[in-house]
Ligand binder design. Structure first.
Ligand code: UD1
Ligand code: CA
Length: 448
């Protein structure tokens, strides 16, 4: 059985942050989740997450899908792995070790490292990467015959070693018995830490060849030590996500400025214009036009919708509805099929029935509007009396004149017509014309 150990105890000093490094988000998700996803398919044993700095915060964010062990003091990566021994010894005959600050590693690459050790019957296999920018990684030092001699950390390297471009990516597959026997023997480094990387030299000195697996795609080995690295990784991940959606039939006018979180789904023939951000649980249908300059979070967008230069959060837009430019759908907004919300509109906790139109600078909150109603420019549901929120109900096929104030709680009937500039303070029955301040019923609507 394969045991998996993920090291996440460090503060990430170089991030200069109070937030534990592994909780810094990448495309909207804490980076540790990418590592957890990558190892998910490798073993039936839950991964062991070594936590230390901000342990409580990390536990709260990650939840119960992993086994936690604490490393109370951060005495190095070798010391961190040792904390997992009581959980894995006797249960796993091989151990995969990786760091939680390497979120771009894929399951396939990890699997290759595990398989390479098995095939060679070696005690240790490691992932290496050849890159022009060494980014502070440990260097792989080889002997004249090409075999791996050891890994030297950048801080301890000679100028000659520093010039090496074969780097230690930080993924190790080990024979479990050999690992547990050798971890306690790691020497204390000059920095006062026990380096996991010194296992490589130990194996070589004992005459165990160390197997190396080279990463096919060097971007997979982007470790995150600083916020510059975080932005680099974000760019790589964004490209991976965007490529996947373009292959699946989504058009992006400018993928560089299209930001899609990994949890989002998008239908084919949807076109995404520049500076558009799709977040969280958002699901977009087919044939939509989104953007430019649009943010959509945790929302459901039906087929053939349009959103231009607007913000849509926690909302539902049914088929063929459109929003913007410069409008805001807030949580609980639900636009029926074909609804039109034009410019400077705000809808919150309200349903607009199919075909309803709200073209210009209106606020509809805590409301229910029937199908086919026209909401004139500058209509406001006055839903808040200073203490409580109240509801506004508007019927079907109603006509709300420009500049109407609807003082909730209030109900406007089906097919009612409200004159421009009215302040509606009491219910207006079906089929009546009302206007004035306060609005009064004046007559029945004339049938055409
Ligand atoms: C480490 C490797 C380096 C490799 C690089 C690849 C060591 C000594 N060096 O360097 O060879 O090229 O990763 O990314 O392993 N951690 C703990 N407890 C500790 C110390 C660290 O859990 O006491 C965790 C950190 O939270 C982090 C990971 O181990 O997730 C790696 O630590 P970090 O300080 O980032 O190591 P690097 O300097 O990047
Ligand atoms: Ca690191």
């Amino acid at each position: 059985m394969l045991g998996v150990v993920i090291l996440a105890a460090g503060q990430g000093t170089r991030m200069r942050s109070e937030v534990p490094k592994v909780l810094h988000p990448l495309c909207g998700r804490p980076m540790v989740f990418y590592t957890l996803d990558a190892v998910h398919s490798l073993s039936d044993l839950p991964p062991v997450l070594v936590v230390g700095y901000g342990a409580e915060e990390v536990r709260r964010a990650v939840g119960e899908s992993v086994t936690y062990v604490e490393q109370p003091e951060q005495r190095g990566t070798g010391h961190a792995v040792l904390q997992a021994r009581p959980v894995l010894e006797g249960r796993a005959d091989e151990v995969l070790i990786l760091y939680a600050d390497m979120p771009l590693l894929t399951a396939e690459t990890l699997r290759r490292v595990v398989d390479a050790r098995r095939t060679a019957r070696a005690v240790l296999s490691i992932l290496t990467v050849v890159a022009e920018d060494p980014r502070g990684f440990g260097r792989v030092v080889r002997q004249a015959d090409g075999s791996v001699a050891r890994i030297v950390e950048e801080a301890d390297a000679t100028d000659e070693e520093r010039a090496l471009r074969e780097l230690n990516a930080g993924v190790y597959a080990c024979d479990a018995a050999w690992l547990w026997a050798h971890l306690p023997l790691l020497p204390l480094s000059r920095k006062g830490e026990y380096y996991l990387t010194d296992l490589v030299g130990m194996a070589a000195r004992e005459g165990h060849p160390v197997v190396t697996v080279a990463a096919d795609d060097p971007t997979e080995a982007l470790g995150i030590n600083t916020r510059v690295h975080l932005a680099e990784a974000e760019a790589v991940l964004r490209r991976r996500i965007n490529d996947r959606w373009m292959v699946a039939g989504v058009t992006m006018i400018d993928p560089q400025t299209t930001y899609i979180e990994p949890t989002v789904a998008i239908g084919p023939d949807t076109v995404i214009w520049p500076n558009t951000i799709l977040r969280g649980t958002t699901v977009v249908g087919r044939g939509c036009h989104l953007g430019p300059n649009t943010l959509i979070a945790d929302s459901v967008i039906g087929d053939r919708c349009r959103v231009v230069a607007s913000v849509v959060e926690g909302a539902v837009m049914e088929e063929g509805s459109d929003v913007g430019p410069f409008s805001h759908l807030r949580p609980g907004a639900h636009l029926g099929a074909g609804v039109h919300v034009g410019n400077f509109g705000e809808v919150k906790n309200a349903r607009l029935g199919p075909g309803t139109r709200m073209g210009h600078f209106s606020y509809v909150g805590d409301a229910e509007v029937g199908a086919g109603t026209n909401i004139g420019a500058g209509t406001v549901t006055c839903n808040f009396d200073g203490r409580r929120k109240h509801r506004t109900i508007i019927g079907e096929e109603a006509f709300i004149g420009s500049g109407t104030m609807l003082v909730a709680p209030v109900r406007v009937g089906h097919r009612a017509v409200i004159g421009a500039g009215s302040v509606v303070t009491h219910d207006i029955p079906d089929d009546t014309v009302a206007y004035g301040v306060p609005a009064r019923e004046r007559r029945k609507v004339e049938q055409p």
